[in-house]
Design a protein around this ligand. Structure first.
Ligand SMILES: Cc1ncc(COP(=O)(O)O)c(C=O)c1O
Length: 387
């Protein structure tokens, strides 16, 4: 038998089935899923409307690139209309978050004719060479791959002071996560985002909002940038947007789209019928089931409850996040707490930064699920570290 080349450490369970906010292992044990495949299953596992859209595509056409697309393309554009940020109504689909970031970086250089890309400490934008060049959440991700793409300039996340220094007439773009995911669930400060937007406009560079993790309702708004009243020039999205189907998206305004000729970019699988059907269905679910509002209410409840059950717990530094993107920052690496959650509480969660337990549950979690998550984290923190 061949060997699977694991890039992530196996977690010690084998999932057999999944539905809504739960997964079941091969022994039939049920887990509450706040891991959601790195945040992908935000609309829940196998949402019936996503499944039926995919079944429909399977029954008609699986392979047809955008150059020969049929009615599923109009269906996509129509469904996205109420979902896209104002003015960013030119979209293209790709296959992964990192690929969307690569395209965003290319667009920025193409449109401005400049080279430099500003990025921030704690950032995560993907693992391919361009995206890695603007990623700094973990030095280990970059080590051994230098020289990366030249022309990148790092500044401190949430430092308004740094922005003035790094954004210049030579900057093609600044790329930012409104809430850093992988870097530790760190929301940007409103002043930082506002100043970043202002300086990008003043210096003529493009603002790229990387909403691969924060987008599609996760933070309590359709896009996290809405919390800041800021509109980017390029938006990247992924994870949740296909309701579980692997797909990513780049959205730009008309004035950017006009500068991108045919042949400028390409992707064999980008914009395939399955992806378009999945994103269209997911966008309709987002609007009709008021997903952002639900994420906002449930996320606030989860954060409040975590604050109560962990109040005075010495191993906990703080609780942070936005909507259903929640981090419990510990004074220690979170591995043992994550293991306890999985093995003792049957809750799947994931790590962020070096000390954060990250919870990325689907929007359809119930009050009981929220309580289970908060109590589970508190019990595990106490069990592992005492105090
Ligand atoms: C903000 C952000 N950008 C880009 C990526 C890369 O996405 P993918 O793993 O789909 O390439 C991620 C993945 O976690 C992410 O969180």
């Amino acid at each position: 038998m061949a060997s699977y080349l694991h890039f992530y450490e196996p977690r010690g369970i084998r999932v057999a089935r999944a539905m809504g906010q739960y997964v079941w292992d091969e022994e039939g044990r049920r887990y509450l899923d706040a891991y959601t495949g790195h945040g992908v299953a935000f609309l829940g596992h196998r949402h019936p409307r996503i499944v039926s859209a995919l079944v429909e595509a399977l029954g008609s056409v699986m392979v047809a690139p955008p150059s020969v697309a049929g009615r599923w393309m109009e269906e996509l554009l129509e469904a996205l209309e109420p979902v896209l940020p104002p003015g960013l109504d030119h979209v293209t689909l790709l296959n992964s978050g990192t690929e969307a970031v690569e395209l965003a970086l290319k667009i920025a250089r193409r449109v401005t004719g400049r080279k430099n890309i500003v990025y921030f400490s704690g950032s995560f934008h993907g693992r391919t060479m361009g995206a890695l060049s603007v990623t700094s959440s973990n030095p280990g991700y970059r080590r051994g791959y230098e020289p990366l793409v030249p022309g990148t300039v790092r500044a401190r996340y949430n430092s308004v002071e740094d922005l003035e220094k790094v954004i210049t007439e030579e900057t093609a773009a600044a790329i930012v996560e409104p809430v850093q995911g992988e870097g530790g669930v760190n929301p940007a400060s409103p002043e930082f985002m506002r100043e970043l937007r202002r300086l990008c406009s003043e210096k003529g560079c493009l603002l790229i909002a990387d909403e691969v993790q924060t987008g599609f309702g996760r933070t309590g708004k359709t896009w996290a940038i809405e919390h800041y009243g800021v509109t980017p020039d390029i938006l990247t999205a992924g994870k949740a947007i296909g309701g579980g189907f692997p797909v990513s998206m780049v959205a730009v305004p008309a004035w950017v789209a006009e500068k991108l000729p045919h042949g400028f970019h390409g992707s064999t699988y980008g914009g395939n019928p399955m992806a378009m059907k999945a994103v269209a269905a997911a966008a309709r679910v987002l609007v009709e089931e008021e997903v952002p509002r639900q994420a906002s209410v449930k996320g606030a409840r989860l954060m409040r409850l975590l604050g109560e059950v962990l109040s005075g717990a010495r191993p906990v530094r703080r609780i942070k996040g936005m909507g259903l993107m929640v981090g419990v920052e510990l004074r220690f690496p979170p591995g043992r707490v994550l293991r306890c959650l999985q093995e003792e509480k049957q809750i799947l969660a994931l790590k962020a930064g070096s000390t954060v337990v990250r919870l990325l549950p689907p929007y359809l979690v119930t009050q009981q699920d929220v309580e289970e998550m908060a109590r589970g984290v508190a019990d595990c923190v106490h069990r592992v570290y005492g105090g």
